[in-house]
Write a protein that binds this ligand. Structure first.
Ligand code: PLP
Length: 481
């Protein structure tokens, strides 16, 4: 109904709309194959907090919220006593105990379909989480994220983005993506036959800042339906400041462009960087959409209708494989968004939703500890990489170091980052992501991305291996290719 048959065929045949395999995940596969320390894909090698894990297990075994809660508080000795033949107690394994609990034949809801757009209790927890972390200061205009009108639970930020784009765009529409970008954004544009427009963020080595080109953004906003903003930013570790957010909002308002924020690294903000507040109108309007910055009350309301959040458990709670996230969108989009979600994936797994409820309740100390842990790892890895000749603008958020590698003697000769990355993988034993993967058609070839979310022993091992780089120069390294 939107584009002609001829145009559709052209789009199907067009290379730009070809959906390609993820390079990030390919590097992980290669890391396993070559036994390399994997600093490519962004997932930690430690598990999520027990609060969530126990909730999932007790949910699966209990079957209902009531039985889950009862199980959690039971003494192991009492459970053993009532479910396992006393003569077997000495040799009973955890499996014996769990299967005995599982075989009680009670009601079971938690392993079954639940409300497609998210368990009501989970959506309530998500709303409370936003209230806890982003308590708007402007009492009168503050509006709570509404579990029924604004929140949809998804299979991670990955699904969140695809359903957002499917809801607000039609084939052939353009969306604005900042380079360097996460590959997810242009890939999903291709899945949905959307045209990506790119605006390049440039690293200013003098000011030590990744800078936006607002003139370019404004020009492209005229033809784009939405812009995706990853804040904190992967791969650069940039945290956008209030002024930048204000400028982006002014452009969105002027050109009626949706602003989709990818917030999955929201808590990983390191000392030296100030935490910029969310700009969800009604929440923290005082910090971003201020009258001093030229926003009228009408504009604040209008921005509320253009602002969409994608988020997930993956990074904050170290459970990238749980596949659970959410969308917060203005209420006029919710019905369509939920329909797309329902028809595409039906729902996020019910037991994982139960675990998510508990994770969202964890006290603030958890976030502080996580942040200082990653900050320590960042300081270690970046310093060690710099000793080898890598350079970067200090990442002050998220968990990646996007390093310039042209001054590393061993890597100088590689014209393409993928060749440098493959050399690091096969010869040195460290997996990274070639930086051109974050640019359209790989047009910037100066970077390699390292993640620093692995535990210290893996980072130390990676550094030990990387020190072997000093045994090579540009010629000897190229010969190993
Ligand atoms: C910026 C960004 N957005 C989205 C994702 C995917 O997140 P999820 O696991 O929630 O699908 C990632 C994963 O690395 C990411 O870095």
């Amino acid at each position: 109904p939107y584009v002609s048959m001829a145009t559709t065929q052209k789009m199907v045949d067009d290379d730009d709309f070809k959906v390609k395999e993820s390079v990030i995940r390919k590097m992980t596969r290669l890391a396993i194959h070559h036994n390399a320390v994997n600093l490519s894909q962004g997932f930690p090698n430690e598990g999520p907090p027990s609060e969530g894990v126990c909730e999932v297990i007790c949910g699966l075994l209990g079957g209902t919220d009531e039985d889950k809660n009862e199980l959690k508080d039971k003494k192991v000795s009492d459970l053993m006593g009532s479910l396992i033949d006393p003569s077997q107690h000495r040799n009973a394994t955890l499996y014996d105990l769990l299967s005995a609990i599982n075989e009680r034949g009670r009601l079971n809801e938690i392993s079954q379909y639940s409300v497609p757009f998210g368990r009501p209790a989970l959506r309530e927890k998500i709303a409370s989480y936003y209230e806890r972390f982003y308590p708007g200061t402007k009492g009168a205009t503050r509006q709570r994220v509404d579990p029924d009108r604004n929140i949809t639970v998804t299979l991670g930020a990955t699904e969140s983005l695809v359903i957002i784009l499917r809801t607000i765009c039609k084939p052939g529409d353009s969306i604005l993506i900042m380079e360097p970008f996460h590959e997810l954004y242009p890939s999903q544009a291709a899945v949905l036959y959307l045209k990506p427009e790119f605006t390049e963020m440039k690293e200013n080595i003098t000011t030590n800042k990744w800078e936006l080109d607002f003139t370019d953004i404004e020009a492209k906003a005229k033809i784009c339906k939405a812009m995706i903003l990853c804040n904190p930013h992967n791969p650069t570790g940039k945290l956008f400041d209030t002024e930048e957010l204000q400028q982006l909002c002014h452009i969105c308002l002027k050109h009626n462009m949706y602003l989709i924020t990818d917030d999955i690294y929201e808590h990983m903000i390191y000392s030296g960087a100030t935490q910029e507040k969310h700009i969800l109108p009604g929440w923290d309007t005082e910090s971003v959409l201020t009258s001093a910055a030229g926003f009228s009350d009408d504009e604040v309301q209008k921005m509320a209708n253009l602002y969409i959040i994608m988020n997930s458990l993956s990074k904050t709670w170290s459970c990238t494989g749980w596949r659970l996230g959410w969308v917060i969108c203005p209420s006029h989009l919710t019905e369509n968004l939920r329909a797309v979600h329902d028809q595409m994936v039906l729902q996020a797994p019910t037991p994982i939703q139960v675990g998510a409820q508990a994770l969202l309740d964890i006290p603030k100390e958890y976030y502080l500890k996580m942040t200082s842990k990653y900050q320590e790892r960042r300081d270690f890895l970046v310093q060690e990489l710099e000793k080898l000749g890598f350079e970067c603008t200090q990442p002050n958020s998220a968990y990646y170091a996007f390093m310039r590698f042209r001054n590393v003697p061993a890597l100088k000769g590689f014209s393409k980052p993928i060749d440098a990355s493959i050399f690091l993988l096969k010869e040195i034993g460290v997996a990274t992501v070639p930086g051109d993967n974050f640019y359209y058609n790989g047009h910037n070839t100066d970077y390699i991305r390292f993640c620093f979310c692995r535990q210290m022993p893996q980072l130390q091992e990676a550094v030990k291996r990387l020190q072997k780089l000093q045994e090579y120069n540009a010629e000897t390294a190229l010969k190993q290719k």
